[in-house]
Write a protein that binds this ligand. Structure first.
Ligand code: NAP
Length: 367
């Protein structure tokens, strides 16, 4: 049977540790986790069963293995130490029998985006970033449709536009919207990206660059995908009626938005339905049968028998995004229903956002 391994790690440390070790999570505080987690060995989490291709009927199995580092560790510890821990975790997956390894969340952000890790492993490696781009944009376009936002007239933004995922999202989005804000921390890198998109001449989009989140007020559609440990989008940044697709883990969108802005639609980027009767034997926060797009990329490659390094490094190509989309769709992966802050988005919620975002009659006459 073909197999895969997928590395996860604690993003919200206490919550995520409690998912595997409830007692331990009660006994330790955040500071202790930060102090001792790097000394923890990699952790076997679960066997994943029941995945079956809708195309060929092929069944595969896999394993979740956990790297004990948090996002803060990945960003703050010496790079070599972070690589070592991720490689040790990958080795555990290899010993279990994985034929391809996926890097989840910050294990794909670390250092050179999987290149060093892939060199050290015997099995091929993927970050899952190509399918993550595809699913994020599919979700954004679907949300635009339900909110009656016409892409060709829309003003959009990519936050974290110079990152691995953000860059390709920006390239692809530029072909479909009227105006696109590229938002990041370094103006020169943003300007370089703008010039590359203009030089590719694939669209007549009005492209703007900014390091200031307040330009989000002009955006109907936002993809946010930074590697920030803190939220970067706050309630005051958003325009009524806008859609935000948050691909980042930890989230880029402040939890305050859930309680204070009922006139915007925030959706989690990257959730897909997995073909077959998948059982992850572990609750990573999604409803049964659903996976992150980066997990789905790893699984789709195993179903396709493509045991090769796939999405690696800080530059991924749109050709790979298109190819993995076709492979995943062939085997039966589909964009899942919307979720927002860990809850399913219902039609009633969408109607409420649309109502709240609509100017009232009095306001309308007053303008
Ligand atoms: N949902 C999924 O299935 C899935 C899959 C893979 C990854 N992810 C998540 O996606 C995110 C990005 O991954 P990536 O591989 O694209 O990372 P990356 O290549 O490291 O890019 C991250 C980008 O975020 C920017 N950034 C960091 N902190 C920021 C801040 N405070 N304000 C504005 N921009 C900031 C960085 O800017 P600088 O260039 O200035 O550093 C960089 O351009 C991560 O949160 C990761 O966990 C999700």
């Amino acid at each position: 049977m073909d197999t895969f391994g997928f590395i996860i790690h604690p993003i919200d440390p206490k919550r995520d540790i409690s998912r595997k070790f409830p007692l331990l999570a009660k006994l330790v505080n955040e500071r202790q986790i930060y102090r001792y987690a790097p000394y923890f060995p990699p952790v076997y989490i679960s066997e994943i069963t029941g995945i079956r291709s809708a195309f060929s009927g092929k069944e595969i199995k896999g394993w979740f293995v956990a790297c004990p580092l948090t996002p803060a560790h990945v960003l703050q510890l010496p790079e070599k130490r972070v690589y070592r821990k991720i490689i040790d975790t990958g080795r555990l997956a290899e010993r279990l029998g994985a034929k391809i390894l996926g890097l989840g969340a910050y294990t794909s952000v670390a250092g050179d985006g999987g290149v060093t890790i892939a060199k050290a492993m015997d099995v091929p490696v993927t970050t899952g970033d190509s399918y993550t781009v595809s699913v994020a944009l599919q979700a954004l376009y679907k949300a635009a449709e339900v909110m009656d936002i016409q892409l060709e007239h829309a003003s959009a933004a990519v936050v974290g536009a110079t990152g691995t995922i953000g860059r390709v999202c920006a390239e692809l989005l530029a072909e479909n919207v009227a105006r696109l804000h590229l938002i990041g921390r370094k103006i020169e890198t943003l300007e370089r990206l703008r010039d590359e998109i203009v030089a590719a001449k694939r669209s007549a989009v009005d492209l703007r660059v900014s390091t200031d989140m307040s330009v989000l007020k002009e955006s109907d559609l936002i993809v946010t995908v930074t590697s920030s440990m803190e939220s970067v989008i706050e309630p005051e940044h958003l325009r009524a009626g806008s859609v935000v697709c948050d691909v980042a883990r930890p989230r880029d969108v402040s939890a305050k938005i859930a309680s204070t802005r009922d006139d915007v639609l925030v959706i989690d980027g990257g959730m897909v339905d997995v073909p077959g009767l998948v059982d992850f034997h572990f609750d990573f926060g999604f409803p049964p049968g659903k996976a992150y797009a980066c997990m789905a990329e790893t699984i789709a490659l195993a179903l396709e028998g493509r045991f090769e390094d796939y999405s690696l490094g800080k530059q991924i190509s749109r050709a790979r995004v298109e190819e993995i989309t076709a492979i995943a769709e062939k085997h039966g992966f589909r964009l899942s229903g919307f979720r927002s802050f860990e809850r399913a988005v219902t039609d009633e919620m969408i109607d409420r956002v649309r109502q709240k975002a609509r100017p009232t009659h009095i306001e309308f006459i007053g303008k």
